[in-house]
Every structure is written in C-alpha cells, then in structure tokens.
Design a protein. Sequence first.
Length: 369
Amino acid sequence: MATFIIYAIRWAVTLTLLYSLYRLLLQRETFHRLNRAVLLAILVVSPLLPLIPLHTDEPTTFDEVLAKIEGSLLSLPTSESVAEDTLLAQEDENAASGLWVRYCAYIYIIGIAVALTFYLFRLLTLARILRRCQRISHPIIPKDVHLMLDMRIKQPSSWMYWIFIDPIDLKQNADAVLRHELTHVRMGHSWDLILCDLTCHMLWCLPFVWMLRQDLVDVHEFQADEAVLQGGVTLEDYEHLLVRKAVQTRILPIMNTLRHRAVKKRFAMMYSGRSSRWSRLKLLYLAPALAACLWVSAQAEVYKTYLNGKLVEQKELEVVDPNTIKHVTVIHSQKMVVVETEMSGIDTTVFQPIVLPEDTSFTDVLRHP
C-alpha cells in the first residue's frame, strides 16, 4: 500500500503542476481542439511520469517529505532484534504522526473504493435506461448512431453512440438538439469522460482533478455549440434553447447533456472572437512544466548502514573489523528484503532487492553501493 500511496502523491503533484499552467494560460483561448488535446495529454502523462526511473545524487525536499510518509506507512518485519533496535527510536519519535498518516491512507483507499462503486452504479443505471428506451430513426442521425426515445427523459443526452431524447424535444427542437448531441458522439467525448472520471476517482481528494474535469466538459460543450451554429441554427434561437434547458434535471453525470451549468460561459464563448495564432505559443509552457514534473518524480539514491544497531558513515565502513559485527542493516528506499550470507551468525537486512554472487564476502556486502 505504501508504494501506491507514494505513487498517487507524485501523480497528484504532477497533474497539479501541468493543469495549473493550463488554467492560467490556455483556459480562455478559443482553440477548443487544442485545449481538449492538452487536457487529455495531462490526464495521460501525469500518471506515467512518476513511473520513469529517475535518480539523483542528493535527495530533494519533496523526496525527503515522501520518505517520511513512506516510512510511516511501511510495516517492516522485524524477525531479529537488530531491526527493532535500529528503528525503535525513529518509531517512538514519529509514532503520533505515523498513525495519522496511516489513517489518512486508509481513508484515501476507502474513498477510491466508494467512488468506483458509485461509478459502477451509474453505469448500471445507464444500462437500465437503455433497456427501457425505444430506438427510432431521424434524417440527421446516421445509421451507426442509435437514437433512443423515451417520455421520461427530460434532458437530451448522449453517451458513446447512443443519443437520448424525449418526444417534445424531437418535435420542437430536433435540429439543434440532435446536432449538438451528434457532435458529442462523433468527437468521442464519452471516451474523454471515461478517462477523466477514472482519474477523478483515483485522485478523488485532489480539487484540481475535478477542476480539470469541469474544464474538459466546458471544451466539449464549446465544440458542440460551435457545430450547431455552423449547422445553420441561429444564435438567438440556440440561446433561448439553452436557457430553457438550464433549469431541467440532468440524468447522469457520466453522460454528455445539452444542459450545462456554465451557460454564461458558453454565451461568452459564442460571442468572443477567435484567439490569435500567436496564442498557441503558450504551449511552450509545457517544457518547464515537464521539467518540474520530472524533478518531482526523481528519487535520490540514499543508503544507510547500521552496524549492531548503530548508524555508520561510508568512510567508517572501510576500516571496520568484520569480527566485531554481529548484525548489519542496510536501508535503501524503504524496501526491505532479507539476504542470507554464508557466514554463520551474520544476518544482513537490505531495504532493496539486490542480486549478489554466491561467493560474496562480508566486506563486499558492507561496501555494496
């Protein structure tokens, strides 16, 4: 669990760095396709960057903080008394803070389970809606898209290649409504929401991921609005339609709907002019942002050696007498495995998996980098 928690923290920090600069520089631009691509890139890159194996000679401040958190989360096996002697003082000092860290980790894991359960429930609700609807045809809708009709649907919506509409909207607002929802289907906006929702559920306690989701939904609506206006619907009629739909109830959060709470923002985007092409140069912010994210993902190569329960510096290891040592503990990255040596009476505990030849001497173990 500790490894996953540390990974989630690095994931969250990476996403926050990338998204913060997007919100500062690109959110107000009218490059809807570009903005959508940037937001999706953030969703894809942020969980991958922490997996890149980068190492530094000296630990960064962020790395030291994560090391303390990881130390509190790890439950280290101590079959020998040496492990207890080595870590007893540290455990006493950090007992209170470590307990709170564990509680927060448990709450976070439980939150993920609850969020995924609710998401599964919404998918099952969507399946029930599909079963009760009647499929119909319309000249605007191609054959590969399913138009579903139901009197209980008061809010036109779409998900994947299904479009949901009620008889009143089909009769009065078919052109604008169907063009709007067909744009969501054609552009694959449902796939965007699936990726974004999974990220939101995994990082449910991070406000920035929910802000990113809202910005992504806004971009979806801007693209659909633009397609409707280009299709021949007048701006005045479309505005009246959006105002009427703004007071209706949404079916499911996982679906694309004509109703969207940021109606004022959509109106402002419809009346705004196109952004200058030079505004695309703001994408250059990704270079320093990625560098900062790589710095966050880097981990220091730090080794600590304990001889008979006492911390020993690297210089002291070169002159130590192996005959005076009963136990050796080498800590690296807080990951522990037990390496048995052929020398009787010697137990070597290494906090990182290493591969040593069978004829490795005790001195070689001490000097292992």
